[in-house]
Design a protein around this ligand. Structure first.
Ligand code: PLP
Length: 419
């Protein structure tokens, strides 16, 4: 990175950490990133996130803080809130959650009493830990019950969700997932919630950008609470947010602070405001369409190469590949791909029988490569390269060929400089 005339203070003071940061920049430049939850924040986002706002304590909300000197912090947060409300078309936005997990904790705390029932997507079918996993606070403080996907179609079966809701009488139903490649019918979820007197919460941590871009159905009009992250398809800083109807605003704000968090990360909130401004710019919509187009192209090529795609395709920014027919695991595939300069994470496929540290699948996502400017032609080529690497994983010469082409592609579509 260019550090300007004075050079890098970090490099001078702490060469070890400088080396880690510089190593990450080098890695991001050299590797083709297909991790569905990652992206490259713009320079404007990085600048806000790396700013002096990190110094400021601002417990409370704009105009009602518990600390002095909050004028600039108030300005940043008020702008972030106003932009989120406009961008997502919601009644109220809280931009303080430190991350997606905290956003979900805040929504649960606003909606539920300890011990009440959450009905959410099973972790093993694509849900998230915060959707009531026994290992997570959400499964410890609440009674969690789960729906999955149909074993045949590997898609949501809304009638089955309705049956479970009738049986379990949840206080809140959560829609949204970490590894579900299909569009979600939020109106169907709303009808199910209404039929049992439950609230509806949608976790759009993954597909929030697609919603803004008009690529994925919009949960905001039919949900009581919508949670999200700013660092995945939204391409902003690492962080979370909660959107809700006006009637829930006080509960959500109190659940964020003082309910679950202390001082807000003002530098990150400023960067979220920048992210929301970028998402309002005309290019963002077409960027989101290109992400989905690229996912379809890459998924189509992998299917053509003979890989079994979970649910048979994708309508989002990601898809899942079942590696059992190739006689390999997610863990092995992740390692093989990483060895040739391609990053995609191991992931359970629905009803996977292997442990989560091994898995039978990989999850492939296109936000980051789309940010780099790659299009369907590169996706076709990447599909062929992944196929070669996985099928010929024992051939060092085949892997060397893929490795050198991956590096050429990475160099041809540079990261930083990026706008
Ligand atoms: N919700 C979903 C659906 C996610 O996929 C994730 C993260 O991957 C989260 C919540 C948590 O986000 P974070 O890692 O920012 O806490």
């Amino acid at each position: 990175m260019d550090h300007g005339e004075g050079g890098s203070e970090l490099e001078r003071f702490d060469p070890d950490i400088f080396a880690a940061v510089d190593g990450e920049l080098k890695r991001e430049r050299e590797v083709i990133n297909l991790v569905a939850s990652e992206n490259y924040a713009s320079r404007a986002v990085l600048e806000a996130q790396g700013s002096v706002l990190t110094n400021k304590y601002a417990e409370g909300y704009p105009g009602r803080r518990y600390y002095p000197g909050c004028g600039p912090a108030d300005d940043a947060e008020a702008i972030a809130i106003a932009r989120a409300v406009e961008l997502f078309g919601c009644g109220h936005a809280n931009v303080q959650p430190h991350a997606g997990a905290q956003a979900n904790m805040i929504a649960y705390m606003a909606a539920l009493k300890p011990g009440e029932t959450i009905l959410a997507m099973d972790l093993r079918c694509g849900g998230h830990l915060t959707h009531g996993s026994a290992a997570n606070y959400s499964g410890m403080f609440y009674r969690a019950v789960h729906y999955g996907v149909d074993r045949e179609t590997e898609m949501l079966d809304y009638d089955r969700v309705a049956d479970i809701a009738r049986r379990e009488k949840p206080r809140i139903i959560v829609a949204g997932a970490s590894a579900y490649p299909r569009a979600i019918d939020f109106e169907a979820f709303r009808r199910i919630a209404d039929s049992v007197g439950a609230m509806l919460m949608v976790d759009m941590a993954h597909f929030g950008g697609l919603v803004v871009g008009g690529v994925h159905p919009d949960p905001v009009p039919v949900s009581d609470f919508v949670t999200g992250t700013t660092h995945k398809t939204m391409r902003g800083p690492r962080g979370g947010f909660v959107l809700c109807r006006e009637e829930h605003a006080d509960h959500v704000d109190a659940a964020a602070f003082p309910g679950t968090q202390g001082g807000p990360l003002m530098h990150v909130i400023a960067a979220k405001a920048v992210c929301f401004k970028e998402a309002m710019a005309p290019g963002f919509r077409s960027y989101q369409h290109r992400i989905a187009e690229n996912a379809k192209a890459l998924c189509g090529k992998m299917a053509e190469e003979g890989f079994r795609i979970v649910s048979g395709g994708t309508e989002t920014h990601l898809f899942l590949v079942d590696l059992r027919p190739q006689g390999t695991s997610g863990r092995e595939a992740q390692a093989v791909l990483e060895s040739v300069g391609i990053c995609a994470n191991m992931n359970e496929i629905p009803y996977d029988e292997t442990p989560p540290t091994v898995t039978s699948g990989i999850r492939i996502g296109t936000p980051a490569v789309t940010t780099r400017g790659m299009g369907p032609a590169e996706m076709e080529e990447l599909g062929a390269m992944i196929s070669t690497a996985l099928k010929q994983r024992d051939s060092e010469s085949a892997l060397a060929g893929v490795r050198s082409r991956a590096r050429e592609l990475a160099d041809a579509f540079p990261v930083y400089p990026l706008c």
